[in-house]
Design a protein around this ligand. Structure first.
Ligand code: SF4
Length: 428
């Protein structure tokens, strides 16, 4: 059985036999333009141009499986349907009229849709599959077509996340720097400690840190103190000094620290302990005033990476992973994979959003270009696409493939997918 989505698809791309097309009242029909598909409320297609008999009509087109759908869907009394010039159906079981009593011309597509097209659609949507509906065909699709479609899906993904970011910026009264600082902090938590990092940043606005930008000890005191780590039982000289600084600053700014138990250590390698991440974050804050403005000026992967690899932590951390617990000396710089995650989740998103909201395409392009230097995520979704013959060389492809699977394939939106269109459409 057809469904309405399929019938709309057939109409949209005119994938039916148009020879000798007549309305149910016997008038000739010529489709000059099928119109633009409307995914909001109102008629299914707008701005169509249809020649019926000798008259060229401009208006909307409505698609139903049966013409009785018109009444069932409440269009008879809905003003939005006054300008429907053609009703496209599979079955004409009742005449349909506009509010003013005029009859709406109707065409029946049922016997005009090629069997092969419907068979392919049926196979794609209804046959059971292991991973995604088109798993047997996607590997033979032109890689250029796949790349172009993935670019579109990638932009949709970034656009969605950009809308969420826009809401956060609005909450921060339009302050991009402050919101960037909060997002960056959350991403420094790397999933496990993302929430306390975010809470920390929201409880410690950048303008307070900026007043101490020339004093690394005070920056560290503010960050560790607000995080709840400068407790009364500390013994080493370094944390004791930080605690004294923090007690003074806490009163000055009326700060309420987080509770230390929010931070998670279990199952983390020492290098990923929140104390090390906080020390790295403090060093980044100290060394990078107006970080977001710098981000806008940078143009290549190496310079973006340097923002995070060049940070120098207090020497106390050379032989500590936590306060008062000496350890073997070891370098504690952010590793490449951590830096890449920060670039992916923060810098790419910000460049894209800033370019998008300020209509400055160069930042959008820079965000997309940066993705081409970031590695592919390793997960079962990407591995599944690779087994189907779809190559993913960089985060550009893997981010798009994740979106494709989660937003399109999982919901069988093959009719709205560029790859699905290629599979279904008859060869020209
Ligand atoms: S949505 Fe596109 S990629 Fe996904 S299964 Fe359908 S045709 Fe294939």
């Amino acid at each position: 059985m057809f469904n309405e989505d399929f019938l709309q698809y057939v109409w949209k791309f005119r994938l039916f036999n148009k020879a000798g097309l007549l309305t149910t009242l016997g008038e000739t029909v010529e489709i000059v333009s099928p119109g633009l598909q409307n995914i909001d409320s109102g008629p299914d297609f707008q701005h169509a141009k249809i020649k019926i008999g000798n008259t060229l009509w401009a208006g909307n087109v409505e698609v139903h499986l049966s013409s009785s759908g018109w009444k069932q869907h409440g269009h008879t009394t809905d003003d939005a349907y006054d300008n429907v010039i053609l009703h496209v159906v599979c079955r004409d079981d009742t005449p349909v009229y506009r509010k003013d009593g005029t009859r709406i011309p109707t065409i029946i597509l049922n016997d005009r849709i090629p069997d092969e097209l419907f068979a392919k659609y049926n196979w794609l949507i209804n046959e059971p599959k292991q991973i995604i509906p088109c798993e047997a065909s996607i590997g033979s699709i032109d890689p250029l077509l796949i790349h172009n479609w993935l670019t579109r899906v990638l932009v949709e993904r970034l656009q969605k996340r950009s809308n969420q970011l826009a809401a956060a910026i609005q909450t921060n009264k339009g302050d991009w720097e402050e919101t960037f600082y909060q997002y960056l902090a959350a991403n420094f938590g790397f999933k496990v400690n993302a929430l306390p990092f975010e809470l920390l940043a929201k409880s410690l606005p950048q303008n307070i840190l900026a007043k101490h930008k020339n004093n690394p000890m005070q920056i560290e005191a503010l960050i560790f103190g607000q995080a709840g780590f400068l407790t009364a039982d500390l013994k080493d000289e370094y944390p004791v000094t930080l605690r004294a600084e923090y007690q003074f600053l806490q009163k000055k700014y009326n700060l309420k620290p987080l509770q230390k138990h929010l931070w998670k250590f279990s199952k983390l390698r020492p290098l990923n302990f929140p104390t090390i991440r906080l020390a790295q974050f403090a060093a980044l804050v100290y060394q990078s005033n107006h970080l977001f403005s710098k981000v806008l000026d940078i143009r290549n992967y190496d310079d973006y990476a340097k923002l995070f690899t060049d940070i120098k932590m207090n020497s106390y951390w050379d032989d500590h992973y936590q306060f008062d617990k000496p350890s073997k000396p070891a370098a504690k710089n952010l590793g490449k994979s951590s830096v890449d995650i920060l670039l992916l989740n923060t810098i790419v998103l910000y460049l894209f959003s800033y370019g998008n909201q300020h209509q400055q395409e160069r930042y959008v392009n820079r965000a997309l270009h940066l993705l081409e230097f970031l590695p592919v995520e390793q997960n079962s979704i990407i591995a599944g696409f690779v087994t189907m013959g779809v190559k993913a060389g960089t985060a550009y492809e893997s981010q798009a493939l994740l979106e494709l699977k989660n937003v399109y394939c999982n919901y069988k939106k093959c009719l709205q997918c560029g790859i699905g269109n290629k599979i279904l459409k008859p060869a020209m």
